[in-house]
Design a protein around this ligand. Sequence first.
Ligand code: FMN
Length: 301
Amino acid sequence: MADLRVNIGALALKNPVMTASGTFGYGLEFADLIPLDGLGGIIVKGTTLKPREGNDYPRMAETASGMLNCVGLQNKGVDYFCEHIYPQIKDIDTNMIVNVSGSSPEDYAECAARIDALENIPAIELNISCPNVKDGGMAFGTTCQGAESVVKAVRERYHKTLIVKLSPNVTNIAEIAKACEAQGADSVSLINTLMGMAIDIEHRKSMLSIGTGGLSGPCVKPVALRMVWQVAKAVKIPVVGLGGITTAKDAIEFLMAGATAIEIGTANFLDPTVTIKVRDGINEWLDAHGCKDVHEIIGCL
Ligand SMILES: Cc1cc2nc3c(=O)[nH]c(=O)nc-3n(C[C@H](O)[C@H](O)[C@H](O)COP(=O)(O)O)c2cc1C
């Protein structure tokens, strides 16, 4: 059994496998299916300062080797999270990480500050990359100035591990990652979904209520992998890689490209036990190749 432990800033992970926000609920929904404490971390559904209804239906469409969604950050707000969800998840023996979104830097910072007060939440993932909301979301993740303004505001009020989730809908993702690092991010995670579209030709309209949606699943993996590789070379902070990971082989590719940890999203919808299978598969691969520690392959490309 190889040593799978990794660190994201001050955050110690039992292994590099985490769940991607919006695809794994609050973890509890999967408690009967997998041992939650066998994961490196669980990144829960996106949380905002105020409750959000999300977008109208339809908000999901299947694509070749993937899916489009425009859920639009539906959630009951941070106060509901603190009062009702946190008590249910605080004793799960893994890193419970909250994904935070907002419509202004102040909004993000206030939400982050409220989560800072929760003892058993050791990190947040700042979503500056949601393509499915009009106010804020991806707008902050597509320019260096936008990213800086949010990270700076949050860093002033959030004192634990700060992971910033980047948008792939940009020309130069490494520049955005460097801007986040300069403002005190402990890590960057990438990628969020790629903006896409699908059309119902019989009704001559988009398959999604707001016209466009975020593409995820195996079809985005080559793009995600390329971006992780570019970002890992550009920054000193640890990189968390995601986008289309379905197998241990996929995860190992991201580790080799320079990711210290990985997240699994859409694949959970096909196989709710995929995270544990990927964790075990990484271990088997390391054993079969005589590696005693996962660090032997991180960034080995
Ligand atoms: C239905 C759905 C909801 C999502 N909700 C969020 C969210 O609330 N916050 C966020 O940062 N990313 C969200 N994402 C993006 C995923 O966390 C992930 O970045 C993306 O799907 C790429 O990974 P994958 O191909 O493994 O799914 C969502 C994705 C899907 C499919």
